[in-house]
Ligand binder design. Sequence first.
Ligand SMILES: Nc1ncnc2c1ncn2[C@@H]1O[C@H](COP(=O)(O)OP(=O)(O)OP(=O)(O)O)[C@@H](O)[C@H]1O
Ligand SMILES: [Mg+2]
Length: 506
Amino acid sequence: MTGPLVLETLGLTKSFPGVNALTNVDFRLFAGEVHTLMGQNGAGKSTLINVLTGVHSHDAGEIRIDGESVRFAAPLEAEAAGIRTLYQEVNLCPNLSVAENIFAGRQPRRRGAIDWKAIHAGAREALAQLNISLDVTQSLDTYPIAVQQMVAIARAVSVDARVLILDEPTSSLDDSEVSKLFEVLTKLKQSGIAILFVTHFLEQTYAISDRITVMRNGQREGEYLAKDLPVDELVRKMVGDVPVTAQRTRSSSERNDAAAANRALPRFDMRGVGRRGAVQPIDLTLESGRIMGLAGLLGSGRTETARLLFGADRADTGSITVDGKPVKLGSPRHAVKHGIGYCPEDRKKEGIVAALSIRENIVLALQARRGWWRPLGRAKEKRIAEHYVKALGIRARDIEQPIELLSGGNQQKALLARWLATDPKMLILDEPTRGIDVAAKFEIMDRVMQLCAKGLGILLISSEIAEVLRLSDRIAVLRDRRKVAELSGDELDEQAVYQLIAGGEA
Ligand SMILES: Nc1ncnc2c1ncn2[C@@H]1O[C@H](COP(=O)(O)OP(=O)(O)OP(=O)(O)O)[C@@H](O)[C@H]1O
Ligand SMILES: [Mg+2]
């Protein structure tokens, strides 16, 4: 049930050099509601949050809490006012225990010493409020990302939270983890907390939202009750009058073209490739012009398989051949030399180099393959970067900006550009459209299909089963770190895939 107005902005305006990130934005947040912010990459969602939480100051306009004008000079001030935030990139300390993470910076003390008993009990209690029970003495990184996120929420709401803000919290969660998160959010909402949520997933928006605010080009397009806004209208409002590439299935002629295209391109065979603690020995054949989908839950071994192929981790067993010839792919450098590209899922950890420019980030893999002693030259780098900025619709002021200043989705596109620029023969895409808005997502997958039709082979990893099904020629299903099935043709059926993933028989 909608409660009183808690937080409000009036005419909020914020610009960065060369970018009007927010123009005159009015926004309202009510107690006991989930309010979702939607908009394309770079629309200003994260900026709005950053201003509300004292990360950035605003240039004009007003923020009101309970009707009183406020201005936060730092995130701690917003926190003191009861505004708690999970930012787009999770910021916990992986090597501290769960309990330490929940109490970091505010440990209860007894006679001067840290009171561990109180910390552990308090952490257990904070999690119990969300119906979660964990060994709170374990270090955080022993738990999957989904659990880490719950810990972050527990930390956020454990004292006097009035507003909980979550910027794309679900992009690395699988379906069951998302429902768990939504249970927690529903519980919090019923207790009267106001929740501000950002996501690119349309289904999730409708599953959880009471209210939706649509942002476009730094402006508020409108505020709607979710029940009054049909999904196609929502998409139109986000994108404006720009036509959206339709979400499409690869046609059979495209598939055949692709198969016929350039037989000379190599074929990669993994035979019994495995690594203790990561994946059981696995067989996979990747052909040019074909998309092999990898389906499975988070933690089923999808990323681990990709890393073995790319040589990011060393296999203990098995062999890899290219066109029947054994190759040693002991390191990413070898893999790149053989034409393999790898767009990793964790763009913060293994992807972008925050301090380098967009241009430098895009040419990075290409330069690495040529060798650093043969520089590409500034003009050529500029041409390549500009080409991809245009082709993928990367929203940037100019290519010399540090990449960290791009919005999350635009960073993801730049990462894809980095690998496309190497003109790979085999491209591993691990969650390629995470954090990318609907319009851009269809564009990107469309482009990937075009490349595939020209002979590029693809290993596609995605938590969205529907996406994997739409695009793949074959799907390998992983469960508990082993391949349990490989489907093709008529077997490519949503129900069958779900059943295999979950552990039933096909
Ligand atoms: N610190 C910064 N310095 C310069 N420009 C910035 C900065 N932060 C954001 N921007 C720019 O402001 C605009 C809005 O970015 P913002 O991160 O708010 O988008 P978003 O809606 O969250 O997008 P996404 O869905 O990709 O996360 C973008 O053009 C972005 O490049
Ligand atoms: Mg963002």
